[in-house]
Design a protein around this ligand. Structure first.
Ligand code: AMP
Length: 282
């Protein structure tokens, strides 16, 4: 596995890969890797000839300094995991490389951004758009792999690629979960043992809401039940629980069929923000 810290040497190596007519699959990450990230590496390996992963904690996508400070940094362990999984190339840049000076660029994603995570975390998707654009330009992948776990992020990047004509194919891969149903996340390590165990209830609540929807229960009633449920959980603070149009994340109406919906949740547990979602594919 080749490791690069500098764009110039990375680009030189990748251009030799391209000259050999090999396709490049790219998996951007912020490190503290788990099976969710590694499933993206597997998908990239199954689709492309050479897999590039990046590990970079992008400061511009954090709306909260303490969240950035608390983000786990375990590069050695990450590199070992990537190597064992057969990743070919890793890009590990520094802040000075990715942002030689503070960026004045502001990418706005309109209605896709002004809701859910974008609404609760001002500037977050501008930071995501910036860093993903920079990485795509440096790496020039043929395919890029993202997790459904951050579904709004996937739609944002899809919009970015379409509007800016990035010549690559995007893939949205399924959410990998812990045995109790909790979506794997680099943030889960900040939970106490008890909270980690209890956090299985997040996925349970999504499944319960989906079952109720397919049983024909009206959405406001389902949301009411879920809100009451979280109000009774002392370790959990619900930020949102929403049924949305899965293509654009706008509000659903009574006419919309369940198969076109996604249920999205954000919840705080021991001050850790956890997100999850469930696409209704009945
Ligand atoms: P992050 O390191 O959190 O920026 O995540 C890097 C990529 O891994 C993103 O595309 C995430 O959506 C994806 N990812 C994170 N958690 C999971 C998971 N549990 N299952 C599948 N993909 C995930």
């Amino acid at each position: 596995m080749r490791i690069f810290h500098e764009p110039e040497s990375l680009k030189k190596h990748l251009s030799s890969v391209k000259t050999d007519q090999k396709s490049i699959g790219f998996v951007p990450t912020m490190g503290a890797l788990h099976e969710g990230h590694l499933s993206l590496i597997d998908a990239a390996k199954n689709t492309t000839d050479k897999v590039v992963a990046s590990i970079y904690i992008n400061p511009t996508q954090f709306d909260n300094q303490s969240d950035l400070d608390a983000y786990p940094r375990v590069a050695e362990q990450d590199l070992e995991m990537l190597k064992n999984r057969g990743c070919d190339i890793v890009f590990l840049p520094t802040d000075t490389i990715m942002y030689p000076k503070p960026s004045q660029l502001n990418i706005s994603f309109g209605s896709l951004e002004n809701t859910l995570e974008g609404k609760e975390r001002p500037g977050h998707f501008n930071g995501v758009g910036l860093i993903v654009s920079k990485l795509f330009h440096l790496i020039l992948p043929d395919h890029a792999f993202f997790g459904q776990k951050d579904y709004q992020q996937f739609l944002i990047i899809d919009q970015l690629c379409q509007e800016l004509f990035f010549p690559l194919r995007l893939h949205c891969m399924p959410i990998v979960r812990e045995a109790n149903g909790l979506a794997m996340s680099s943030r889960n390590g900040r939970l106490s043992k008890l909270a980690f165990k209890e956090a299985g209830l997040i996925y349970d609540s999504l499944l319960r809401a989906k079952a109720a929807l397919l049983d024909g229960i009206h959405i406001p009633m389902i949301k009411e039940e879920i809100k009451n449920f979280y109000a009774g959980q002392k370790n959990f603070d619900l930020a949102y629980f929403e049924f949305r149009n899965k293509y654009n994340l706008q509000a659903v109406d009574e006419q919309m069929e369940p198969k076109d919906m996604i249920i999205c949740i954000a919840v705080y547990c021991e001050n850790v923000r956890l997100i999850d979602n469930l696409i209704i594919n009945s």
